[in-house]
Design a protein around this ligand. Structure first.
Ligand code: C2E
Ligand code: MG
Ligand code: MG
Ligand code: MG
Length: 281
């Protein structure tokens, strides 16, 4: 009897694994053609300079409009793209599209683009960035590349070499999602980033957790000492904005200011009606 139940459980387990694998293969197959079919789009989310109260730029965030599944989150398909190597052509497209859009609109100020660790591993990223800047006509000083800590874990000599070549081009660099993974201070010592982006999980829990607030404060102070910008991610309310500003963050991003939107919907940021922050300090 027990044996039978065991077998049943096992079969259910097997079935769900098979379904998961099927799902995964389906996603992978669809992703292969997504770029050619024009299903990928970039949306842009505003970044606010807390010292001037003005727009400081936009982060490009990838969107996949799947004909059947609807919007697929980058959290779901970026890992698939990374495992299959598809992130290389997709990431190249993202860079080209973001630079072209930003070159078209000078009001865009800075444009931040996420770079996958896989893009660091293969090919010459600095060369790709240089060529893309030339082709799009975007000034290097207007481009910022966001890199997560996991990019620095791999062959760090090579990665740091690439980062230095990017910097020599005049491109800015930001350490993204700081505090989520390894957060070794060695990274900050081995490479001078222009910006630290404090992960949204800290901002979310700041109001209810002393330790989160303490971490945000310390990272903001550290950034200031090292001459870096400290950006708070995931600011969703006026109260959180006040808190991150008091904690010493000099830039903020989050739904409180705006979600990521297609380029043609960003007009409100550029025109007369551009919302301004009230700066109190
Ligand atoms: P990320 O680079 O840390 O981007 C910030 C994410 O937080 C975005 O999610 C954004 O929509 C979300 N976000 C912004 N403000 C708020 C807020 O106030 N509250 C909450 N709850 N969320 C907020 P998204 O667009 O789903 O992207 C998720 C991640 O996927 C990104 O995290 C990034 O790591 C990756 N990603 C997105 N686009 C690209 C891309 O073009 N290339 C690569 N390699 N990765 C990308
Ligand atoms: Mg990012
Ligand atoms: Mg982030
Ligand atoms: Mg993130």
């Amino acid at each position: 009897k027990a044996k039978g139940a065991g077998r049943g459980t096992y079969r259910i387990f097997e079935d769900s694994m098979a379904a998961e694998l099927q799902e995964r293969i389906g996603l992978e197959t669809d992703l292969r053609g997504a770029l050619e079919r024009g299903e990928l789009e970039l949306h842009y989310q505003p970044l606010l300079d807390l010292t001037s109260g003005q727009l400081s730029g936009f982060e490009a965030l990838l969107r996949w409009k799947h004909p059947v599944r609807g919007m697929v989150s980058p959290a779901d398909f970026i890992p698939v793209a990374e495992e299959t190597g598809l992130i290389v052509p997709i990431g190249g497209w993202v860079l080209r599209q973001a630079c072209t859009d930003a070159a078209k609109f000078p009001e865009f100020t800075k444009i931040a683009v996420n770079i996958s660790p896989v893009q660091f591993a293969g090919g010459d990223l600095a060369e790709l960035v240089r060529d893309t800047l030339i082709q799009s006509g975007l000034a290097a000083s207007r481009l910022e590349l966001e890199i997560t800590e996991s990019a620095l874990l791999q062959d760090s000599e090579a990665v740091i070499g690439t980062l230095h070549r990017l910097r020599a081009l005049g491109v800015r660099t930001a350490l993204d999602d700081f505090g989520t993974k390894y957060s070794s201070l060695t990274y900050l010592r081995s490479f001078p980033f222009d910006k630290i982006k404090i992960d949204q999980s800290f901002v979310r829990d700041m109001a209810v957790r002393e330790d989160c607030l303490a971490i945000v404060r310390s990272v903001a102070q550290l950034a200031a000492r090292l001459g870096m910008t400290a950006t708070a991610e995931g600011v969703e309310s006026g109260a959180q904005l006040e808190q991150v500003r008091e904690a010493g963050c000099t830039e903020a991003q989050g739904y409180f200011f705006g979600r990521a939107e297609p380029a043609e919907k960003l007009g409100r940021w550029f025109g007369e009606v551009r919302p301004r922050l009230v700066v109190t300090n």
